[in-house]
Design a protein. Structure first.
Length: 282
């Protein structure tokens, strides 16, 4: 079944690689066995991700040698993946998107998390966009159904891919495109101070232009996003409050509604400051 799945992914242009497999007790098929700290999650290939392929003959050969191999899919080619590994991560993603999670492909991971597929962004991997939420892009990979997790559960589809993948929502893309520092990040150079200034300008413009029925949600998202930059020491909170308040008033929101939404959104954002550590591959 893993071979058929691997070939199907490859037919859709997704580079595939065979990954080690956990046994029923959770021990990895690699030489470390029970001592492996990434049981069933690291490539069987000597050169790892760089050998991922869409060639059906190569895939057939791999699965002839390792018929029970987990199926790894290289990200950043056909899709990027939001990797949610906890309830906190799912809550954080929903809060970030205002509860409006894109109706794209979703996988239930063997560990109980979720993988959400999006169109490629061109960005690399990001860790801890919020607690429990990572991003797998260029240079990354994820496990795919019907792979098996060390805890004993299989990866399975919640919602299978359709013809087109959803675009990454702007609030999420802002996080993905932000720091870590340019010396360790793949993709275009964005210096943290310039990024923070650009983010403040973009979010205040978004709030000022929000139409009735979306104004409070837009302000809440902006406050959360900029609160993360405040928590990282990249923006000054009084300045953010002034700018967002003026933008919200321009959009037509009342003072009391603005105060409550800013308090909630900024507090939530500060609790999840933007990480500036180097990204790591899946």
């Amino acid at each position: 079944m893993s071979l058929m799945a691997a070939l199907a992914y490859a037919r859709h242009g997704i580079p595939v690689l065979p990954v080690h497999t956990p046994d029923r007790g959770g021990s990895c098929s690699c030489d470390k066995g029970a001592r492996c700290d990434r049981s069933g999650k690291h490539p069987r290939l000597r050169h790892g991700l760089s050998e991922a392929s869409t060639d059906p003959q190569q895939i057939q050969l791999w699965w002839t040698f390792w018929p029970r191999a987990n199926v790894g899919l290289r990200t950043g080619v056909v899709m990027d993946v939001a990797d949610v590994d906890s309830a906190e991560g799912w809550h954080g993603l929903r809060h970030l998107l205002g509860g409006d999670v894109a109706p794209g492909p979703q996988v239930r991971s063997g560990g109980g998390g979720r993988h959400l597929w999006f169109r490629p962004t061109g960005w690399g991997n990001r860790v801890r966009l919020v607690a429990g939420l990572d991003w797998r892009g260029v240079g990354g990979y994820v496990l795919a159904p019907p792979s098996r997790h060390a805890r004993g559960a299989d990866y399975r589809w919640i919602r299978r891919p359709a013809v087109t993948l959803p675009v990454v929502p702007s609030a999420l893309l802002t996080l993905i495109a932000g720091p870590p520092p340019p010396a360790v990040r793949s993709g275009p150079i964005l210096y943290p101070d310039r990024y923070a200034e650009a983010a403040l300008d973009a979010e205040t413009a978004r709030v000022a232009g929000a139409v009735e029925g979306t104004r409070n949600d837009t302000l809440n998202r902006a406050a959360f996003m900029l609160g993360r930059l405040i928590g990282a020491g990249l923006l000054d909170e009084p300045e953010v409050r002034r700018e967002l308040t003026a933008a919200a008033r321009q959009a037509g929101l009342g003072w009391s509604e603005i105060r409550g939404t800013l308090r909630s959104g900024l507090t939530a954002g500060r609790r999840h400051p933007l990480a500036t550590s180097p990204p790591s591959a899946a």
